[in-house]
Design a protein around this ligand. Structure first.
Ligand SMILES: *[C@@H]1O[C@H](CO)[C@@H](O)[C@H](O)[C@H]1NC(C)=O
Ligand SMILES: *[C@@H]1O[C@H](CO)[C@@H](O)[C@H](O)[C@H]1NC(C)=O
Ligand SMILES: *[C@@H]1O[C@H](CO)[C@@H](O)[C@H](O)[C@H]1NC(C)=O
Ligand SMILES: *[C@@H]1O[C@H](CO)[C@@H](O)[C@H](O)[C@H]1NC(C)=O
Length: 251
């Protein structure tokens, strides 16, 4: 009986460990996406882009990036590369700065050219994208697919107030068309925090950092993908906990 109990305990530890590793890997990606959303918001505000949308993690795109499946490229999705999740936004910030410095005419040309050649320097700023999924490619870089604006048509909107032209299901939160929150929790309001969170460590920190970027809104809180990770880890662990409980009871 004692042996059995030890095996069960080792099993529980392994499962908890695996779940923790998976969620760390995903948290790296989710933190990257949050920082990228902060960059998109700043870019929209600086350039009067009316239709910049919040990106959310998409499992389908991540799967597609894993297989390097190119069907739908430049039609349903576009892509970019980063070196790491932790520094990815800094890398992208450098290339988007060069785009930002172009004249209006050059921007239009660069966008036109990008539908035929692979100019990757501003894919991450395409306003109409709402989904992203990344994976480490065989070249050691991280490949990120962005969707759905495969032909870049969302760039061609008249300038105006950032966040004033959102798709349905999105609303303007401080210049970024953001996913309409499903639930609300209360977090103390904190105005004028730096736009790019760099210290988010735990999932809760990440959520708080994300919340702070959306500073305008007093009391709403997004519940999206990360909650699912936590929930699925819990589901993974709970049947084993039940077994432990049964074993303990039967001793
Ligand atoms: C992604 O791929 C995994 C396995 O590689 C599969 O279990 C999962 O269903 C896929 N998800 C989607 C949304 O395609
Ligand atoms: C970004 O540009 C700055 C200044 O030009 C440079 O010092 C820095 O190394 C660049 N960062 C990346 C990640 O390329
Ligand atoms: C776009 O492509 C045309 C023709 O290849 C080229 O002359 C022009 O310099 C390109 N513009 C930009 C901004 O890359
Ligand atoms: C770009 O894609 C959108 C949506 O798929 C479509 O409605 C539009 O006609 C396309 N524009 C061009 C120029 O191909």
């Amino acid at each position: 009986m004692r042996m059995k109990l030890e095996f069960v305990l080792i099993g529980v530890l392994l499962l908890v460990f695996t779940a923790a590793c998976n969620s760390n890997e995903n948290t790296g990606q989710l933190e990257f996406i949050d920082k990228l959303n902060a960059l998109r918001r700043e870019f929209a505000k600086n350039n009067n882009i009316v239709n910049m949308h919040e990106l959310s993690f998409d499992q389908n795109l991540m799967n597609k990036s894993k297989t390097m499946d190119s069907t739908g490229r430049f039609v349903e999705y576009r892509y970019t590369f980063i070196g790491s999740f932790s520094n990815g936004v800094n890398e992208l910030m450098n290339s988007s700065t060069s785009f930002e410095q172009k004249s209006e005419q050059e921007k239009v040309e660069a966008i036109d050219n990008a539908t035929t050649i692979e100019d990757l320097s501003f894919e991450h700023l395409t306003p109409g994208h709402t989904k992203i999924g990344c994976t480490k490619s065989t070249m050691g870089k991280i490949l990120c697919l962005l969707a759905p604006d495969g032909n870049l048509s969302s760039w061609f909107k008249a300038a105006g107030d950032a966040g004033s032209l959102c798709m349905s299901g999105y609303k303007n939160v401080n210049g970024l068309c953001s996913i309409t929150p499903k639930t609300s929790i209360s977090i103390p309001q904190n105005h004028r925090t730096p736009p790019v969170p760099t210290t988010a460590k735990t999932e809760l920190d990440r959520q708080i950092a994300k919340y702070k970027n959306e500073e305008q809104d007093g009391d709403e809180y997004d519940e999206d993908f990360p909650t699912t990770i936590i929930a699925s880890s819990a589901i993974l662990v709970s049947p084993v906990m039940t077994v432990v409980f049964v074993v303990l009871v039967s001793i």
